[in-house]
Design a protein around this ligand. Structure first.
Ligand SMILES: Cc1ncc(C[n+]2csc(CCOP(=O)(O)OP(=O)(O)O)c2C)c(N)n1
Ligand SMILES: [Mg+2]
Length: 586
């Protein structure tokens, strides 16, 4: 005998799979048993990938990572009560960064709500304005399931998560939706017969009309690419004859217009001071210079709406458009290859590059000085040396360099150097993403970061989702590397737990361990507040043995204290996930 709960669960999962869903993340629970058991059957049948996590917080961010990589809404199934609320951080991040996700929360039927029933709270609407679409489905009753109605509901959920309505028109931004489903006893039956597959993936065509952008006659436009801006930003910069400021997770950090050391240039009256128009793609979050430019008087701001819920408009004065199309004709500027545009872009690009080189040299010199006299091979003078002696000196210096402890800059450079377009790079919030943003050159590496709300939570789970989806879908996919601070790792350490039977991700977690949150050492108040208080409540020191954590979770562990060890650790082959600890000084 089968139960209405199981019949409904089978119909719902079949419909979600037909609508294009590929990944289901679930955590154990009683009220959700019909959904979980049905999901297991669909996985056996090869119609869905199922990922099981004990902690719904991990499950939520895993679903976010899977969807960020595939672009397809992932489904996350929970039981009732606090289990649902544990998804809240991931749901908020998905809302603000525009990642499609379908929460399927199991609930008590109406007769059991509002009377103090065990594990029962008000679940529909729990996520408030972070979900744009919520349905509260009544508990299925005995009798045949209305498959057509379930199919319509599933298609609507997928379409809404993708930012469209079920007719394919674009209504709102991408993001999370909630399907709350009540179940009555019996909560499931062992017998499962899967409905046949009728694949018809929901497609949402973004029906956006591009707005025309005129090329300026006297060049004064700057293109800013914030998080997830995508390659359109780079193309627009070229078409407009404008320099390109592209954050490290913009997906637009490449091309001939890319500007290095943009912070210093934006602060400079001769560069930032001359900008009269800014075209913003994506969601900029990493510097104070960009919001300050966008709020300055006399600067026209055009914002191309990004995937997240809110358009980035710090001055509340931007012209927000859905897409842009560069129009050379109406401004009378036939080509941006004229002297004026070439000079405008060239100054930004060349000066930025020189600044970056100068900074790198200054850092190398200060390290040489710290190594002591003669360390750089120049103190003794090279006059009269034989070629062999010079070569020996050069090698000695190289070896010395490789034995040096790893600085944040060296860590950022090493990670960028070893990563290629077939790899994935995930960057946690805090100092290290800013370090990369300040120094790494252009390169087409897929970079992800949870910049919707820039939380330090869920980073390991998000990276796991990206690793699992990329290694499944792309036979050429390389390694996923996630760079985190120590507190960011410890916040999400539970996501290192991979139960038996779970696919092990090809993941390197690279943790820059400085014993606490050193980002707060840079707060203005650190200059005047008591150092003890700052350490206790902001830095939050710890002495966790990370190697023991790796052992506990069955991960490999490598300590990389020098640059040579780091280079080796990043390119070594591992069987499954690895934790690479890089000691950093506070
Ligand atoms: C969920 C959440 N809680 C708190 C914060 C505030 N926060 C930002 S950075 C940070 C410390 C990060 O420390 P760590 O990961 O060690 O990086 P470090 O700055 O030391 O490189 C905290 C607590 C946040 N962004 N998200
Ligand atoms: Mg730290």
């Amino acid at each position: 005998m089968t139960s209405p709960s199981t019949e409904y669960a089978l119909s719902l999962l079949a419909s979600l799979a037909d609508a294009g869903v590929r990944d289901v993340v679930l955590s154990p629970g009683s009220r959700s048993q019909a959904l979980a058991l049905a999901a297991a059957e669909f996985e056996i049948a090869g119609r869905l990938s199922v990922h099981v996590r004990i902690d719904e917080r991990s499950g939520g961010f895993l679903a976010l990572g899977l969807a960020a990589e595939t672009g397809v809404p992932s489904v996350v199934i929970t039981t009732s009560g606090t289990a649902v609320a544990n998804l809240h951080p991931a749901v908020l991040e998905a809302h603000h960064s525009g990642v499609p996700m379908i929460v399927v929360s199991a609930d008590r039927p109406s007769e059991m709500r509002g009377i103090g029933s065990n594990q029962t709270t008000v679940q529909p609407g729990l996520f408030a304005s972070a979900v744009g679409w919520v349905r509260d489905v009544e508990a299925p009753r005995s009798g045949p399931v209305d498959h057509e109605a379930v199919r319509t509901l599933a298609r609507e959920a997928v379409a809404e998560a993708l930012g469209g309505d079920s007719h394919g028109a674009l209504g709102r931004s991408r993001g999370p939706v909630q399907l709350n489903v009540a179940f009555r006893e019996p909560l499931s039956s062992g017998e499962q017969s899967l409905p046949a597959a009728h694949p018809a993936p929901v497609e949402v065509a973004p029906l956006v009309a591009p707005s025309a952008l005129e090329v300026d006659v006297d060049p004064a436009t700057l293109v800013v690419a914030g998080h997830a801006a995508g390659p359109e930003a780079e193309a627009a910069a070229r078409a407009l004859g404008a320099p390109l400021v592209a954050e490290v997770s913009s997906g637009a950090r490449f091309g001939p217009h890319l500007v290095s050391s943009y912070r210093a240039l934006l602060d400079d009256a001769d560069f930032g001071g001359r900008v009269r128009r800014v075209v913003v793609f994506g969601h900029p979050t990493l510097s104070r210079q960009i919001p300050s430019l966008l709020t300055r008087g006399g600067v026209e701001v055009v914002v191309v709406r990004a995937a997240g819920a809110e358009a980035y408009d710090p001055g509340r004065s931007a012209r927000v458009v859905e897409a842009v199309e560069v129009d050379r004709a109406s401004s009378g500027v036939g080509s941006t290859d004229d002297a004026a545009h070439r000079t405008w872009v060239g100054r930004w690009v060349h000066t930025g590059r020189r600044l970056l080189e100068a900074e790198a040299e200054a850092e190398a010199e200060s390290e040489d000085a710290a190594d002591g006299p003669g360390a750089d091979g120049t103190a003794e003078g090279s006059a009269g040396r034989t070629e062999a002696a010079e070569q020996a000196e050069f090698l000695r210096r190289e070896v010395q360099l490789l034995r040096r402890p790893v600085t944040r800059r060296a860590l950022a450079e090493a990670l960028w150097r070893v990563s290629w377009p077939h790899d994935r790079l995930v960057l946690g919030a805090s100092r290290l993403i800013r370090e990369l943003d300040q120094i790494v050159p252009g390169k087409k590496i897929p970079v992800h970061a949870n910049r919707g709300l820039a939380g330090i939570d869920g980073t390991i789970a998000t990276a796991t989702g990206i690793a699992l989806a990329s290694q499944r879908d792309d036979p050429a996919a390389g390694t996923t590397r996630v760079l985190v601070g120590d507190l960011t790792l410890l916040h999400d350490v539970g996501s290192m737990l991979l139960g038996l039977g779970e696919t092990r991700p090809r993941l390197q977690v690279v943790v820059g361990n400085d014993g606490g949150g050193t980002i707060f050492d840079g707060l203005e108040v650190a200059a005047t507040a008591s150092p003890e208080a700052m350490t206790r409540v902001q830095f939050t020191p710890h002495e966790v043995d990370l190697s023991a954590l790796a052992v506990a979770y069955g991960w490999q562990y490598v300590e990389a204290a020098t640059r040579a060890e780091l280079d080796q650790a990043l390119v070594a082959r591992y069987d499954g996930p690895v934790l690479i600890e890089v000691p950093l000084s506070r």
